[in-house]
Design a protein around this ligand. Sequence first.
Ligand code: ZN
Length: 269
Amino acid sequence: MPELPEVETTRRGIEPYLINQTILYTIIRNPHLRWPISNEILSLTNQIILSVQRRAKYLLIELPTGWIIVHFGMSGCLKVLPQGVMAKKHDHIDLIISNNKILRYNDPRRFGAWLWAENFTNCRIFTQLGVEPLTMEFNKHYLFEKSRGKRTPIKSWLMNNKIVVGIGNIYASESLFFAKILPERLAGSLTKNESNLLVSAIKTVLLDSIEQGGTTLCNFLQLDGKPGYFTQQLQVYGRAGKYCYRCTHIIEMVKQRQRSTFFCRHCQH
Ligand SMILES: [Zn+2]
């Protein structure tokens, strides 16, 4: 599933091909994604692309009259292709761009979404969201204060978008390993020092992942590549029963709110 790093990598990858270019028109082969594609997107013509941004796991394309909001769902993938490349199965949307390129959206499972908002900041999906993890607002003071009195296990609490956005299941396990904090501990038990370590760990894990192209990224320029998924070097996630890279104890796995959590009981306290 595309997580924050994949969306950010995609944003960085496609932005140079889109910025200040014009969307000439759109081709919709299948309007039935998770929700029907917004009418404003179906009828788009001749709109200049002002910016390509990201909020949480949403990609935002800014146009003079509003914003295209893309969510990649389980299997969505955007590619920049030369015009004339034949569409394949699951290629649901093309934005035809003035520089002889196409921005093409592929989504085999169709859990993604293409929505429209005149102003995304007061859009219902965004008003509920917590801070961005890679901004200055997400710091040790914020995490410490927010966690006071919280009796939710720290890992589940970190994955709550109302606190901080974009920390998915993989990144929650990995960050807690780096910060040496057991995922089952209650959020309210974090010390100031641990809050500091955890904030640094989260930022490092996310930035490393963005640098490596995300853990589950489709190659946004590859012409005939299927959405190719690859895995970055993960320390604990998916490694149950294997030796910890740091101490050689065995990595354990537990279920928390139906999600798998991986950790080393020897390194994390
Ligand atoms: Zn260990």
